[in-house]
Ligand binder design. Structure first.
Ligand code: NAP
Length: 283
């Protein structure tokens, strides 16, 4: 079994980001605005992770505490940042506060600064196969597959999970890479049989270690997107740990997709900073 080490990939992509920021210098550092509403330990830890990575690669971060914002205040801030030329990327952490309609807020977010690919505009561009910002988790999966030079063109891939943030964007992203993608969900019949016939299986179902050996064959490449904690507080995925003894290649949890998600966010931000043609005709 070959381990698809996301930390190794993240370190190399991080070095490339540092190089690119120097190369495309616009006389100021790139700037990321993070809007945070929830202050639980998970949200704070994600925030710290992003701040640390940004400072290591030379991106300035402004954090906006929106915990007590109402919808009008949130919209006003998103409008202001969307029109501020010194801001290259905006990350709106969810969930937003009570009585705030996410769709209304995201409709005000400039799609070029939407570095987590949440706006309907970016999702529409992805649908059309045009250059866009793809959600960080979906992009992280693609970066991991590309880093390990796993062929996608013409390959048969099953994506397990059809959430708006992970499964569906992955389905479109991999389709745009000329893979043949089967999008599966909780109502899919004969799921183990479907997965067994695929070259690559990507699991994003949010069910702790539910997926076992019967879903795979010895040549399967497996990407486990899941994040859970076992009874000892150890991080585990959607795929049973024992599967690694059986398949050709697998991404570990922790240390697989996770380390690449913040890298993917910064890659999206850098594309806007250097003036890529987001919305252009090629993806
Ligand atoms: P989600 O919104 O809960 O969606 C789960 C999807 O899985 C749904 O489409 C659901 O189908 C499907 N599903 C549930 N049980 C299933 C089963 N037994 N067989 C087949 N499909 C099943 O979850 P998410 O936000 O996409 O996240 C998925 C996992 O990725 C979670 O463990 C989450 O913690 C993790 N995650 C990791 C990262 C990272 O950086 N590594 C980032 C984001 C999320 P229905 O649509 O039919 O309900």
């Amino acid at each position: 079994m070959f381990l698809l080490d996301g930390k190794k990939a993240a370190n190399e992509l991080k070095a490339k980001l540092i190089e690119d920021i120097k190369k495309y210098n616009k006389g100021r550092n790139p700037k990321l605005a993070i809007l945070i509403s929830a202050k639980d330990s998970g949200s704070i830890s994600y925030l710290k992770g992003r701040q640390k990575l940004a400072s290591e690669i030379g991106i300035d971060v402004d954090v906006y505490d929106c915990e007590h914002f109402n919808q009008d205040e949130m919209v006003e801030l998103v409008d202001r940042l969307s029109n501020d030329n010194s801001v290259d990327g905006i990350m709106i952490d969810r969930p937003l506060g009570n009585n705030i309609d996410e769709e209304v807020v995201f409709a005000h977010l400039n799609y070029k600064k939407d570095i987590d690919g949440c706006t309907l505009h970016n999702l529409g561009l992805l649908y059309q196969g045009r250059k866009c910002h793809v959600g960080a988790t979906a992009r992280a999966v693609l970066e991991l597959l590309k880093y390990y030079k796993i062929p996608l063109d013409g390959e048969n891939i099953a994506v397990l999970g059809r959430s708006r943030n992970v499964g569906k964007p992955l389905f479109l992203l991999l389709n745009n890479e000329d893979a043949t993608v089967t999008l599966c969900h909780s109502k899919t019949k004969h799921l183990p049989d479907i997965c067994k016939t695929k070259d690559i299986v990507i699991v994003a179902i949010g069910k702790k270690e539910l997926i076992d050996e019967k879903y795979f064959n010895p040549n399967s490449v497996v990407i486990d997107v899941g994040i859970h904690y076992d009874e000892d507080g150890k991080m585990v995925g959607d795929v049973k740990r024992s599967v690694k003894e059986y398949v050709k290649a697998i991404s570990p949890v922790p240390g697989g997709v996770g380390p690449l998600t913040n890298i993917a966010l910064m890659q999206n931000l850098l594309e806007n900073y250097r003036g890529d043609d987001i919305g252009g005709t090629t993806s």
